[in-house]
Design a binder for this molecule. Structure first.
Ligand code: MLT
Length: 403
């Protein structure tokens, strides 16, 4: 018997697991420390009333002979997929069909699993810094080569630097990739991409026969109407792009778990429809999302659900703007926090991201995320989230100012 040795190549544990352990150890040694968590992007507001009511109603329905539901559809119930199609796509003038929508239990799994339908030999391009799941899932699948300790990079990946110099939007690489991961509004930098820039990537992918996996988990945080909320706003995206969305950040489903992926039927490689391959993936490896949770998801699209979740997004965006302003006033250089819930700050000169993390934890009892955890170009930066409570956000800022 042989194990998957790619697991042994992983340089450490998952970023947010490492942070969780560090914070737990600090809390155990300092039980009176009032720790404020602005690290992992986990929401803090309770679920909106329209969602809770529908979730409760659907739970009771499950206890009746007429309303009981067993195994759900692999692609998701039609009532939820219709709401997604009508509200997020057709209602915005975008072409997406019901059978192009695949409901899942949150975007993280599909972020990791989508690469299953591509060959092991695919050349993968990721932004740097980047949400760690795109890198680790490809590394575990044997598509990233070896981890080079000194460079803090995987030998087989193409890295697309996202820096202050390029406005945190990657440029086309010299080496041609097969698979390109893009996330906008961006995690972790809080940066955005213009429609023209995204169109450039769509044209590039079509020219090179590459596929873009576009993570739009934070689209609800866009307030600038000129910014694209879906990659399908770009001409030609249906022949080169898969889009992932989540209910975690726009409706507070981090603990509930619900998301969806769009795989257009026009997306064909090697003469094969990727939509068919992904359906096959879901049928073989996934048993759907529970009826109750899908009903809760559909409640997000009701007028009440829309109003209540928009209020929550506005609350978190107010936090993000407050962090941005507070840190700017305190002399930090900051990015993001305008059309995204993340604020990306430059750590004081002479410190590494992890040193700043330790200092913030020990001296201010505030938890953030070290930029280097998202990739080598994240070194010297630090991420704070707007997902805390407003009171904690203000308290954290005050402590950072004092520090
Ligand atoms: C983050 O903090 O980057 C995200 O919350 C992680 C996730 O969505 O899985």
């Amino acid at each position: 018997m042989k194990i998957n040795e790619n697991y042994l190549k992983m340089p450490g544990s998952y970023l947010f697991a490492t942070i969780g352990r560090k914070v737990k150890a600090y809390q155990a040694a300092n039980p009176d420390a009032g720790i404020i968590r602005l690290g992992i992007g986990d929401v803090t507001l309770p679920l909106a009333p329209a969602i809770v009511e529908e979730m409760s109603r659907a739970s009771l329905e499950m206890g009746t002979p007429e309303g009981f539901h067993g195994y759900p559809d692999y692609e998701g119930y039609e009532f939820l997929r219709s709401a997604i199609r009508d509200h997020d796509y057709v209602g915005r003038g975008l072409e997406v069909g019901l059978d192009e929508i695949f409901v899942n239990d949150g975007a993280k799994c599909d972020s990791a699993d989508l690469s299953d339908i591509f060959s092991r030999d695919c050349k993968v391009a990721v932004c740097d810094p980047v949400y760690p799941v795109y890198v680790s899932s490809n590394a575990l699948a044997g598509r990233a080569g070896d981890y080079i300790e000194e460079k803090e990079r995987w030998s087989g990946l193409i890295y697309l630097p996202c820096t202050e110099g390029n406005g945190f939007v990657p440029e086309f690489p010299e080496e041609t990739p097969d698979l390109i991961y893009l996330c906008f509004p961006n995690n972790p930098t809080g940066g955005t991409i213009t429609k023209e820039q995204l169109q450039g990537w769509v044209d590039y992918a079509n020219r090179k026969d590459a596929v873009i996996i576009f993570d739009a988990a934070y689209e609800a945080y866009i307030s600038d109407p000129s910014l694209p909320r879906s990659i399908y706003e770009c001409e030609g995206a249906r022949t080169c792009a898969i889009e992932m969305r989540s209910f975690s950040k726009n409706a507070g489903f981090t603990g509930v778990r619900l998301g969806f992926t769009i795989v257009p039927k026009d997306l064909v490689r090697d003469g094969v429809s990727l939509n068919k391959l992904w359906l096959s993936h879901q049928e073989n490896k996934f048993n759907g999302v529970s009826y109750t949770i899908q009903r809760a998801g559909a409640a997000v699209y009701t007028p009440e659900g829309q109003r209540q979740t928009a209020e929550q997004v506005a609350y978190y965006m107010n936090n993000a703007r407050t962090i941005r302003q507070g840190l700017t006033d305190a002399g930090y250089k900051v990015f993001g926090g305008e059309n995204a819930p993340y604020v990306w700050l430059q750590v004081p000169a002479g410190m590494t991201s992890w040193e700043f993390f330790d200092q913030l934890l020990e001296r201010a009892n505030v938890v953030g995320t070290p930029g280097s955890g998202f990739g080598p170009m994240g070194e010297g930066y630090f991420r704070l989230t707007g997902f805390g409570t407003y009171e904690n956000t203000l308290a954290a800022l005050e402590r950072i100012r004092k520090m």
